[in-house]
Design a protein around this ligand. Sequence first.
Ligand code: ZN
Length: 275
Amino acid sequence: MLARIIGPATGAAVFLFSAFALQAEDRAAPSGAETARPPGVVTFTFDDGLRSQYDLALPLLVDYGVPGTLFVVSDFADTADAASGLKTGKAQVFMTWDEIRAYQAAGWEIGSHSATHPHLSEHAPDRITAEIETAAQRIAEETGRRPAAFAPPYGDFDARSLEIAMRRHSSHVLAWDETGTGNRIASLDPARIVRLEVGSDMAPEIACAEVLRAAREGRWLVLMFHGFVEEDPGSYEYATGDFAEILACADYLRDAGLVRFATVTDVVEEAAATN
Ligand SMILES: [Zn+2]
């Protein structure tokens, strides 16, 4: 029955969850446990503002009621063609501002991923400033809000770009977690938020196990996705069916009270208020 609800491929996660629940029984039950906050926090983040994120992922996110942070590239959205789509066969097709606003309507935060997606560390401060400020202004004009979260393209940054970005944003979200230690809300550095990339080589069971690990270790797990395809994902792509399994698993762990979902800025503000 359980397998039918959450999907057969999440069986490994159910096993892990069962092991975790048994361990939890050994600990003293906290008073008022029914109102306790879940120990883990999970944030879904999508980069680049791709049309496939709108066509294939947004309907699933709405179904499961999952918020997150979408990092858009303002020039890509400015030049996106509403008539284009997956049918063109082009791997890089971008969302229009209308489609980005649909994400906003679904409870997603719209963050900045620069104006033209350059390697920021390779440019002079004037260009870095223009990239970051132009994107912030265009996103504010189109969404009604200046973006609070910034993700440097390719996860590439240096001390200058970090400083320029943090003057205009409340967080700086990196691409990969080279330390492997994840984020801890109690000691969060908002300038160095790390993410786990979920690419085609990561099975949904593994991603689900990471969600469970965040709950077990009381961490903030930030997942990074790029494009979506129905089948045969390449690099920087993920299969929609596998994504649905990750959502089903995360939803199951949310219902079990082990994790909650939030946007990047929700967590950054929570950390600022409590640290
Ligand atoms: Zn990118």
